[in-house]
Write a protein that binds this ligand. Structure first.
Ligand code: KG4
Ligand code: ZN
Length: 373
């Protein structure tokens, strides 16, 4: 089975071609046109800008993915496009103006080629992304083979921070999510306050590796509250106050006129910045790990899945790996599959295609608030 995956839920225009043979995945093509440079100057994703960029990029991206060798099947209409057996597209959650571009493209292709269409939830794509990276040599890559149930997934990205219990294939129960900012958003906003390039997550992580995580004390919101909810806006405020306390009142940073932090980057030694980054990362990772362990202690899952953009964070990956009980199978995607990508959407599409869960092109609608659970 050949599946075309399409993902445009936020600021990445992505398409992938996934071949599934005897339950094994082979990624023939995986392309992402990132808009990071475009949004960098605004220090955050601007929906209108993202949608325009998707519109410009979607056809070149699709063309590149579909024309790519090895060609199989017939050439169609003179174009050397490869016709997939199914088209899987992210229909939500995400930015509606971004989602629409991918969804309408998928509908048009489904209509033109008469190929079945599959609507994929972006979060389910993240949950299944480790399957692209963990080909266990003795197991088939089937859902049941690789993820043992019950499983718990921690999805952490720029838009999401969620702990999800997965009882069985497609059976999700939300254990808790953030009440306000997502963990990635906290990284990004802290990066912005520190004058680091967008997105702040990878930048903070790079500097954190050279800093002292115990240099500054920061709160661990919701850690001791019952349940599995998160909150990062309080931490964000504490980070702001800490930065202000380290910045002279006459500096442009203190007046909020510039995103540069002179004290921290010039007169103040880079160590201050590195220590701040390490302390911020430590606080975020600590909350994520402790809440995850609480959920693991309660539900005793056989697998634990870490996914989403923030799953690329080395400290988080290692801390969870070391902290989880050895009896719990720990699954996480390779770093390239942590960020939004279309390969994970194709994987999620495959499991639906197996159950013939298709949708007619004239019935599919993008849904910005589509809840997986
Ligand atoms: O999943 P994703 O590509 O997009 C969303 O669905 O949001 O995640 C992007 C998020 C950004 O907030 C980015 O700062 C964060 O993932 N991120 C990281 C790292 N790499 C990406 N956060 C912390 N450490 C990293 N190494
Ligand atoms: Zn995502």
């Amino acid at each position: 089975m050949l599946i075309l995956g399409i993902e445009t839920s936020c600021d990445d225009t992505a398409a992938a071609l996934l071949e599934v043979k005897n339950g094994r995945f082979k990624l023939l093509k995986n392309l992402t046109a990132s808009q990071v440079k475009l949004h960098g100057k605004y220090q955050g994703v601007v929906p209108e800008v993202a949608a325009r960029a998707h519109l410009e990029t979607i056809i070149p991206v699709m063309t590149e993915v579909l024309k790519s060798p090895p060609l199989r099947g017939g050439a169609r209409g003179g174009a050397r496009w490869k016709k997939p057996d199914a088209i899987a597209v992210t229909a939500g959650p995400g930015l509606i103006t971004s989602l629409l571009i991918g969804v309408e493209t998928a509908k048009a292709l489904s209509f033109a080629w008469n190929v079945p269409l599959i609507k994929v939830n972006h979060i389910e794509g993240h949950i299944l992304s480790p399957l692209l990276s963990n080909p266990h040599p003795t197991l088939s890559l089937e859902w049941r083979g690789n993820i043992r149930f019950p499983a718990i997934a921690l999805i952490v990205s720029g838009g999401h921070t969620e702990l999800i219990l997965i009882k069985n294939h497609g059976q999700y129960k939300l254990l808790g999510r953030t009440r306000d900012d997502a963990a990635g958003e906290c990284f990004d906003k802290a990066g912005r306050m520190l004058g680091l390039p967008f997105p702040g997550g990878p930048e903070i992580s790079k500097r954190a590796a050279k800093g002292n995580p115990l240099a500054y004390e920061l709160p661990r919101p919701m850690l001791h509250e019952p349940g599995f909810e998160f909150s990062f806006s309080g931490l964000k405020n504490a980070i702001r106050l800490l930065i202000e306390s380290l910045t002279p009142s006459n500096s442009p940073l203190a007046r909020g006129r510039t995103r540069k932090a002179p004290l921290l980057t010039k007169e103040g030694p880079g160590e201050v910045l590195n220590d701040l980054c390490a302390s911020i990362e430590h606080a975020i990772v600590d909350v994520l790990v402790q809440k995850s362990l609480k959920a693991v202690a309660k539900y005793k899952p056989k697998s634990f899945i870490l996914a989403g953009g923030v799953a690329a964070n080395k400290n988080l990956r290692e801390s969870l790996k070391n902290a989880l009980p050895k009896s719990t199978r720990f699954l996480m995607p390779d770093k390239e599959f942590c960020m939004d990508n279309a390969a994970m959407i194709a994987v999620a599409g495959y499991f639906q295609a197996k159950q013939k869960k298709f949708i007619k092109y004239d019935k599919l609608k993008a849904n910005a608030n589509w809840e997986l659970v």
